[in-house]
Design a protein around this ligand. Structure first.
Ligand SMILES: [Fe+2]
Length: 211
């Protein structure tokens, strides 16, 4: 690993693999540890603080006009903002997606699936506000002796509906991250089982218009 990609724990070979995965499947996974351990811990702490300060619930069930979901959201803090607009992040996104991207602050947030039954229904991200998503799994847990259940896996489809082929199921392990072509490819998270939880930083990026 080289300092050139700090705070990401990756090297040039991994970037090449990420670019190819993104091209082929629409999702590129930075295996744990994706981030420098100090930053990861700072983000975990910030997410916990934000959960207790002004977090809000997104709840929509059986609604044909909105994304069906049940989870909690929290405002970004300085560590999250610093990561999302950091030069390494933008450079990595450009290398992997071949697009010039900038943070879309209004669409980015901490996301908490911290109750049994929390989920995110099938959807594509908003094309203008979240052309590409960069998701950072901070903390996740499941019962001792069990495997992560379906709700700890992000299901990513080939097209804009779950009727298309399932291309990937990415397990939310702590300090794992993924770059997602979420505006064009449907994705969903099934309901969490008892004993499971997940806290993540959901970064949304829009096109800058720069060539
Ligand atoms: Fe999404």
């Amino acid at each position: 690993m080289t300092a050139a990609f700090s705070p990401f724990s990756i090297d040039a070979g991994i970037v090449t693999r990420l670019r190819e995965d993104f091209r082929q499947r629409g999702v590129a996974v930075l295996l744990e540890p994706a981030l420098d351990a100090h930053l990861w811990r700072d983000l975990c702490h910030e997410a916990q603080v934000q959960r207790g300060q002004g977090a809000w619930r997104l709840l929509s069930q059986n609604n044909v006009f909105e994304i069906n979901q049940n989870n909690m959201r929290g405002h970004l803090g300085p560590f999250a903002r610093g990561l999302l607009h950091g030069s390494s992040t933008l450079s990595l996104l450009r290398s992997v997606t071949k697009r010039n991207l900038e943070p879309s602050w209004s669409a980015s947030c901490y996301t908490y699936y911290d109750e049994p039954g929390s989920y995110m229904g099938e959807h594509c991200d908003k094309f203008d506000a979240c052309r590409v998503a960069f998701l950072f799994y901070l903390q996740s847990c499941w019962p001792v002796g069990a495997s992560p259940g379906p709700g700890l896996g992000l299901h990513v489809f080939e097209g804009d509906t779950s009727r298309s082929a399932l291309l990937a199921r990415v397990t939310a392990r702590p300090n794992r991250a993924l770059i997602l072509n979420g505006a064009k490819q449907a994705h969903l998270r099934p309901p969490l089982a008892p004993g499971e939880s997940l806290i993540m930083l959901a970064g949304c990026f829009r096109l800058t218009g720069k060539k």
